[in-house]
Ligand binder design. Sequence first.
Ligand code: AMP
Length: 420
Amino acid sequence: MTFERFPLDARVRAGIQSAGYSEPTPIQQQAIPPILAGRDLLGIAQTGTGKTAAFMLPILQRLLANPGRGVRALILAPTRELAEQIHQATRIFGKRTGVRSVAIYGGVSKVRQVEGLRRGADVVVACPGRLLDLAGERSLDLSRVEVLVLDEADRMCDMGFLPDIRRILKLVPQRRQTLFFAATMPDEIRTLADSILHNPATVQIGVIAPPKTVSHALYPVSSGLKKQLLLAVLERRAAGRALIFTRTKHRARSLARDLDKQGYRVQQLQGNMTQNRRQDAIDGFRGNKYDILVATDVASRGIDVAGIAHVINYDMPDTADAYTHRVGRTGRAEQTGEALTLAQPEDEPIVRQVERVLGEPLQRLRLADFNYEGFNPESRPKGDGNGSGKPRPRPSNGNGRRQNVPRARRNGARRARPRR
Ligand code: AMP
């Protein structure tokens, strides 16, 4: 099907063309009609499904169909990166519409944001904290909001924004359309959704499993050997661009430095960096200045960079959900990608959770010719659900390396090689 099926203004169609979309993604197919009809929506979808256009195209259509004044659409997002990304997408989709969007988030000066609001904004894309700040200073009037979007509502709650969201709900009109998106629906999120949505249409895409376009591999390793194993994996397995996740800001910084010393074109992305430096890191990665970005979970939320061949979990995430979010950075919009995880024996409980979500065991791999110094990557810790207590057979061509050539290399992608 094409976008022609939706009753959209020619100026909105022009925006779809500017974005280069020819066919709506499943969430767009299912969510656009009820949103255009004015209904509330509960969208259970992970990142990378195309949900931004799913809510923004009908919002633009509404703004054009009934001209009005003031901030008429408010989009709340958990991180600055995601807010900025939605704002940029709005500018592309809205290029021919005259609709003005302003992004509001902390970590940068308020002045330009307040000026943007003064000039007149139809759409505000915001993180909750700074939004409340500006509303408190009366730089922002939310009394004309017709559509409220909560994007990645589950993440916002994880990050402690629930009280802020409740405050914001009091500042927007009761009579409005509300669009609520979350990748997961734990009880707290379900309760929040139930309390603010009226007879919503529900659209669920791909439950919580990572995109099917991503393949998953696990490299068991002891903590002392992790760095060497990563270097070996990068050298031999990780073709194309790689996004590497660490558990802490400090580990992101130190790993990025080590990789830099090894000659990789690498940048870090973590919460202690200023907003400008973070944006530079993302832009540099997007613009191929860097082949590797070493990031923490929070800082990386909403990174939308095409063609990330590999997501590498240098540290195992804390939850299966976080795993899904991380690996969702690759394999986006139907491209293929690979998730590589360096797992220590103590990560086994999370590994099992991830396997449950995936519905299949993760492939356990031993890197050939790597000196494991007595560590046996094929032995699974006791009580791992394998049942037999025996090592799990690994797919092998005899030399311990995977038989299939990495997809990215098959596609002729560049290898993230050290500069010499
Ligand atoms: P989102 O889930 O909104 O962050 O979108 C994920 C990625 O898919 C972004 O890079 C979008 O530009 C891209 N995308 C969204 N909708 C489409 C579409 N209909 N056709 C092609 N790419 C799309």
